[in-house]
Design a protein around this ligand. Structure first.
Ligand SMILES: Nc1ncnc2c1ncn2[C@@H]1O[C@H](COP(=O)(O)OP(=O)(O)OP(=O)(O)O)[C@@H](O)[C@H]1O
Ligand SMILES: [Mg+2]
Length: 232
């Protein structure tokens, strides 16, 4: 088992009243699985992802990565998981405005997130991904010269480039047209088949059949919504 949430709870105080935003979530994911979570705005999806990546500390319950409780890990182990094992595409993430697209894509590598990867190997991977996502001719563009959808695609490319074990993506296709959305979903499907686990939040029904399992977040509870079989 790659990641497991056990009785996970997150409460937030608002005007002196405690609100349960993530409510007793139990959830497991194995390598090679592609799981999609839907749910209305404010239902707790982003909060759940932030708990799973260890960015937020739970009010109750635990997250286990390969059986180890994130709460009990020292900072070194936790940052090793965050930097090398999990690749997170936050909901409102963006690129650094003073770097062009190519340098933005290479930034995590230069921040030491590449593990054993060689620079030449990274460059080759990035070139293939840029081609696949239709951004080859935008390498020298600065973020202000890119559209919202192009920036989303770039963030996806960046998350795929460092071969993590788990990709967590918060509405990765939110601002993409239907065709590009399908390209991204097909890519996630393919990398899941290669053994990487993918957890994505999505509202678009056309994306759901690409996953193995669909969940719905409802007022903090994570409810199984559908299992898809007969994957290509
Ligand atoms: N830091 C915080 N302090 C207090 N309340 C918060 C905090 N972060 C989120 N919330 C509240 O928790 C609830 C869940 O937020 P969350 O961002 O997880 O929702 P979501 O399902 O991702 O919504 P969306 O689809 O709009 O992105 C919301 O009501 C939000 O206002
Ligand atoms: Mg959200």
């Amino acid at each position: 088992m790659l990641i497991r949430a056990k009785n996970l709870v997150k409460n937030y105080e608002r005007e002196g009243v405690s609100h349960r935003v993530v409510d007793q979530v139990n959830f497991t994911m194995d390598s090679g699985e592609f799981v999609i979570v839907k749910g209305s705005s404010g239902s707790g999806k982003t909060t759940l992802l932030n708990l799973l990546t260890g960015i937020l500390k739970p009010s109750g319950g635990s997250v286990f990565f390969e059986g180890d409780d994130l709460k009990k890990m020292d900072d070194g182990k936790l940052s090793e998981i965050r930097n090398h094992r999990i690749s997170y595409i936050p909901q409102n993430d963006t690129l650094l405005s003073n770097l062009n697209l190519w340098d933005n894509l290479r930034l995590p590598f230069f921040l030491g997130k590449g593990g054993d990867l060689k620079e030449g190997e990274l460059n080759e991977r990035l070139k293939v991904l840029l081609e696949e996502f239709g951004l080859s001719d935008r390498k020298c563009s600065y973020p202000r010269e890119l559209s919202g959808g192009e920036i989303r695609r770039a963030l996806i490319i960046r998350s795929l480039s460092l071969s993590p074990d788990l990709i967590i993506a918060d509405e990765p296709t939110g601002s993409l047209d239907p065709l590009t959305t399908l390209t991204v979903m097909e890519k996630f499907r393919r990398i899941a088949k290669e053994g990487i686990a993918v957890l994505a939040v999505s509202h678009q029904p056309e994306t759901f059949p690409f996953g193995d399992r669909l969940y719905e977040m409802k007022e903090g509870r994570l409810l199984p919504a559908k299992v898809f079989t007969n994957k290509k």
